[in-house]
Design a protein around this ligand. Structure first.
Ligand code: IVH
Length: 690
């Protein structure tokens, strides 16, 4: 008995050590990738390490390390964020837009410190303020600012942000807090909004709102997908090393935090002005938003001498960039109808130059926006472009309003199909409820259905779908599967080129028709969860579709579910549940589903990949070069047929799938290791799609 205990103790110890080694390796590679931008391992090998650790943690959950990198992929669900008191209040900074006030700040500093003063200039990141507590080198708590005295505990969500170390390196203090911003890049912001618009969710107005919304998501797995980033610029605690802010920032980098993009010392206010001037230009090409420059006194001894006002430190100030603003006349308003029926008013403006581009159009967002700003015909509107990329309307120049000019009325009927528009209580927008017959909504649904994340029928692009719709061949998503060779061959459409570009002719020759039919046939293998997403049910995005598919397993069970039953599914609230119920009570939708099912589309989950779909049987592929389809789609195909992808060639590679212009190094290595090199055509033959 004793021996057994001893043995299990030993085994536990071994597993613990293995978990630690794996954690350390993964943390090291994360640091190389996200902080130093210098990966030293292939994505595939990295995933292998992570998978190994995940498997061990599943088996021995009691041994999970607090700095385990698996926290990065999330998995925690927070229903209510706990409110926690800040150990040190989270102060804000005094703001100014004027260089005159900066000079006054400098004068004030010199009246309090009678020795040379050095400033540190930093970018003012336009994100969400965060305070991170580290104890013995481990991230133990992340709090939002809240009201400055207490904030929300968002630790699980913050742990998914790759640039925030879970475990520190080097000689760090045993306990301290580090403060900074959680930001979202322009690129991640645009991707996120595109995805939201796809499913009828309101877009975020700017990256800051998107970052803030993401931090408050209940599921950390979802946060992990948002691509949040961080910049940390302030250290606080007791007995901390160094008496200079600049040096502390260098220490942060040594401990594993992402270094700030720029930090500059200035020995006079003139040098501060030069820094501001430089970054007022350079900020336009940064991949994220900044809204100003922060100026801090470098010496901590001097900071203490200078002290605080009631609200802010007196030793620092934020200089905010003025957003460029012009006033221009409103010529007319267009009302656009989107895929989910939401009507968006768009202002046509008298063309005007603003921060380097000519602005002719700007969104008026929604019904509430027009009401709130009380916009009248021919009004002069203020248009602004700040850190953001997109110009926005920020007000009405009332002095220039023509007397008697009428208010802009919001249309009451859909400009596309004439149906009476609907405004739901508590929603800012107005929408056309005729989702089954309103042309832009049908077209949007068709385009969504074939899109990559849905049925992935890439042989049918937007232009082709539009033509099929206009010619009356496809009126709903089920009609795609009634297309046949004879009604497609010879179809033609001229698309007039925009702004001086030549016209484009779409014409269906034999090869095009073959590709379309092959694409439709291949889509019959798309799994149920993606089919569910492809149906285009309002508010059912990729993740929701996955959860629904797993929960209900087939379309019958889902279509019969009540609102209450739907709300049993993790993360599904009343709004989504009633949208699903509403979809399934419409006979037209049921008819579409029936037709799709008869065509062979998947309407139930497949537990095990069937024989036919497991043709690649665990074989490892390296895909390189250019193919007739995007490379990531090729990789999806490999996985779909039961194969694996790897980025680098090793003795474990089974096939090198070679496209055009593939890297000569890969070719050489494959030849050396005698790995079969196959063409795209040979690959299709392997999976039976040739
Ligand atoms: S220092 C006690 N540095 O801007 C000093 N703040 O308008 C703490 N911010 O509250 C703040 N970039 O949320 C500092 N480089 C930077 C910053 C920065 C953005 C935010 C921060 C602050 C607000 C002031």
């Amino acid at each position: 008995m004793e021996n057994e205990l001893l043995n299990s103790g030993n085994a536990n110890q071994r597993i613990k050590e293995e978990m630690k080694t794996l954690s350390d390796q993964i943390n090291f590679h994360n640091y190389q990738y996200y902080i130093l931008d210098n990966p030293t391992i292939s994505d595939y090998d990295f995933d292998l390490l992570l998978e190994k650790l995940i498997a061990l943690e599943k088996q021995y959950p009691e041994l999970i390390l607090p700095d385990s990198p698996t926290h990065r992929v999330g998995g925690t669900v927070t229903k209510n964020f706990k409110t926690v008191k800040h150990r040190y209040p989270m102060l804000s900074l005094g703001n100014t837009y004027s260089t005159q006030e900066l000079t006054e700040f400098d004068t004030r500093i010199h009246s309090l410190v009678h020795e040379p003063v050095e400033y540190v200039c930093e970018l003012k990141y336009d994100g969400v303020a965060i305070s991170l507590l580290y104890e013995n080198g481990l991230l133990v708590q992340a709090l939002t600012r809240g009201d400055g005295l207490q904030g929300d505990d968002v630790t699980a969500n913050v742990k998914t942000i790759k640039s925030i170390p879970l475990k520190l390196q080097g000689q760090y203090p045993s306990r301290f807090e580090v403060r900074g911003e959680i930001i979202l890049s322009h690129q991640q912001f645009e991707t996120l909004n595109r995805e939201r618009e796809e499913i009828g969710e309101a877009a975020f107005a700017n990256p800051r709102n998107a970052a803030s919304g993401s931090l408050k998501l209940q599921e950390s797995t979802e946060v992990a997908k948002r691509g949040l980033d961080s910049r940390l610029y302030f250290l606080i605690g007791e007995n901390l090393p160094s008496q200079h802010h600049y040096d502390r920032l260098q220490l942060l980098a040594k401990w594993g935090f992402r270094p700030l993009d720029v930090i500059s010392k200035a020995s006079s206010i003139q040098e501060v002005f030069a820094f501001i001037k430089e970054w007022d230009i350079k900020r336009k090409s940064l991949p994220f938003d900044i809204d100003g420059i922060v100026i801090k006194v470098n010496s901590l001894t001097q900071q203490q001498q200078i002290g605080f006002t009631a609200k802010n430190p007196r030793w620092a100030i934020a200089y905010k960039f003025k957003a460029e603003r012009v006033s221009t006349q409103l010529l007319s308003v267009d009302f656009q109808v989107g895929r989910t029926g939401i009507v968006t008013p768009v202002a046509n403006l008298h063309p005007v130059q603003l921060s380097g581009t000519v602005v002719k159009r700007a969104t008026l967002n929604n019904y509430d926006f027009i009401e709130t700003y009380d916009i009248h015909q021919n009004d002069f509107l203020f248009v602004e472009k700040g850190g953001e990329i997109i110009p926005k309307i920020v007000g009405v120049d009332l002095e220039k309003r023509e007397t008697g000019s009428p208010k802009i009325g919001f249309i009451t009927q859909c400009p596309q199909c004439g149906t009476d528009l609907v405004k739901n209580e508590g929603e800012a927008g107005i929408y056309c409820p005729n989702e089954l017959h309103c042309p832009p909504q049908i077209k949007g649904k068709l385009e969504h259905f074939i899109s990559r994340k849905a049925m992935n029928i890439d042989s049918l692009g937007e232009g082709k779908v539009e033509m099929l719709f206009e010619k009356g061949l496809v009126k709903n998503i089920a009609d795609f599967y009634s297309l046949h060779y004879n009604n497609l061959l010879g179809l033609e459409k001229t698309i007039s080129g925009e702004e001086g570009k030549p016209d484009r002719i779409i014409s269906f020759k034999e090869k095009t028709v073959d590709n379309i039919l092959a694409g439709l046939k291949a889509s019959l293998k798309v799994p149920f969860e993606r089919v569910l997403f492809a149906l285009g049910i309002r508010f059912v995005g990729e993740t929701t579709a996955k959860k629904l598919a797993r929960h209900f397993a087939n379309i019958e069970a889902l279509s019969n579910a009540t609102i209450e039953e739907l709300m049993q599914v993790e993360d599904i609230g009343e709004r989504v549940a009633s949208s699903i119920v509403n979809y399934f009570i419409q006979p037209e939708n049921l008819e579409i589903i029936l037709k799709l099912r008869n065509a062979g589309v998947q309407f139930q989950i497949s537990e095990n990949i069937s024989q036919g779909e497991n043709k690649l049987n665990g074989k490892t592929f390296v895909v390189s070069g250019i193919f007739s389809i995007p490379r990531d789609v090729m990789k999806q195909k490999i996985e779909y047929y039961g194969g694996k992808n790897s980025t680098s060639i090793s003795k474990n590679t089974d096939f090198l799938l070679a496209g055009e212009n593939m890297g000569p190094e890969k070719l050489k290595k494959a030849e050396k290791l005698v790995i079969p090199i196959i063409s795209e055509h040979q690959f299709y033959a392997m999976i039976g799609e040739a």
